[in-house]
Design a protein around this ligand. Structure first.
Ligand SMILES: Cc1cc2nc3c(=O)[nH]c(=O)nc-3n(C[C@H](O)[C@H](O)[C@H](O)COP(=O)(O)OP(=O)(O)OC[C@H]3O[C@@H](n4cnc5c(N)ncnc54)[C@H](O)[C@@H]3O)c2cc1C
Length: 301
């Protein structure tokens, strides 16, 4: 994630200034503000701005005239209650604005989360950098044999070396041609908006991404999960670390009820009740399909 000297100076200048404010600030988030945390080989995540804290969630839930906080245990209990009962609107009172640098194929998955506000780097106006995601050897995995939408063990030996060489060479060749096409030396130069179509999906883009805490947690639930692709999961995990410091009560409730918790169907709940009464329940007498039963058994394992 090589930030230029100028970019680092801009971040330092922002971090060195302070302005008195009556607004709620979260000390945990102030420590992260503006800092770029590296993700993948050239990417990063950094918080550009935020609004609200744990107290803002309680304030909204209580529709309070003041800060809306009671005792610490009372506030945490309220936040856990809200999370448990899907009373989600108080979480929407907190907002976060991130600056993210990410490969285009990761951006395609990320942009599916429609409830955010996004402004992306313009490759019509600006020239993209020669920066491509090349997986580290341990992330260069084979196609999974059991999950069509997943990966297995890392490639090894000659195959790994060949794949890495092709990924690198193809990216560099595509960028060489991109540069040559937009060059105005001795030629008209192709428009940037057209030349970019030559670049592969591992080229890096950047965007500002703003969303509220409710929708951010929904994003994290899906993308910090084991089923999410590694390359988006590492971004989600970095954001989880930031959110844990920003709204510790809300994040703990999220970890407990959403990340670590599970939703059971009425059939599964009935099976659980029968098991607790000592009945031997199998897939055949459970009323569940084989797939459902497998997932249910994994939950209880
Ligand atoms: C592991 C994984 C695999 C996936 N595989 C595929 C795939 O193969 N193909 C594919 O196309 N996508 C795939 N997706 C993307 C997935 O289908 C969702 O588009 C994505 O996760 C965004 O979820 P969302 O719509 O809940 O989020 P958001 O767009 O952020 O929406 C949040 C919530 O707002 C509400 N909402 C938002 N917009 C609307 C609307 N227009 N109408 C009604 N309610 C709305 C819904 O309640 C929604 O859950 C995959 C996602 C994951 C995590």
């Amino acid at each position: 994630m090589p930030l230029s000297r100028d970019q680092q100076d801009e971040i330092e200048a922002l971090r060195n200034q302070s302005v008195p404010t009556l607004r709620a600030t979260a000390p945990g988030m102030e420590a992260h503000l503006y800092t770029a945390y590296p993700v993948l080989d050239h990417g990063f995540v950094r918080v550009v701005d935020y609004m609200g804290d744990d107290a803002a969630i309680c304030q909204a839930a209580r529709v309070s005239y003041g800060r809306g906080t009671k005792s610490v245990s009372n506030d945490e209990g309220l936040i856990r209650y809200l999370m448990r009962h899907w009373h989600s609107t108080p979480f929407e009172m907190c907002e976060i604005k991130l600056h993210v640098k990410l490969p285009v194929f990761v951006a395609r998955q990320w942009i599916r989360h429609r409830t955010a506000n996004v402004n992306e780097y313009s490759a019509r106006y600006s020239i993209l950098d020669r920066e491509f995601y090349i997986p580290a050897p341990d992330a260069l995995a084979a196609q999974s044999q059991v999950n069509n939408q997943g990966r297995g063990a890392a490639l090894a030996g000659d195959e790994a070396a060949r794949v890495l060489r092709w990924l690198t060479e193809d990216s560099m060749r595509a960028y060489d041609h991109y540069e040559e096409m937009i060059s105005t030396e001795g030629q008209q130069g192709l428009a940037r908006e057209l030349a970019r179509m030559n670049l592969p999906a591992n080229v890096y883009t950047q965007w500002y991404w703003k969303t509220d805490l409710h929708n951010l947690l929904h994003f994290l639930r899906l993308r910090a999960d084991d089923h999410a692709q590694y390359e988006i999961r590492v971004y989600a995990e970095e954001i989880c670390r930031i959110v844990a410091d920003w709204v510790p009560f809300a994040y703990r409730a999220f970890e407990d009820y959403r990340m670590g918790g599970a939703t059971l169907s009425a059939t599964a709940l009935d099976c659980l009740r029968r098991m607790l009464k000592g009945e031997e329940v199998t897939q055949e007498n459970s009323g569940m399909s084989k797939g459902e039963w497998r997932e249910f058994a994994r939950l209880l394992d």
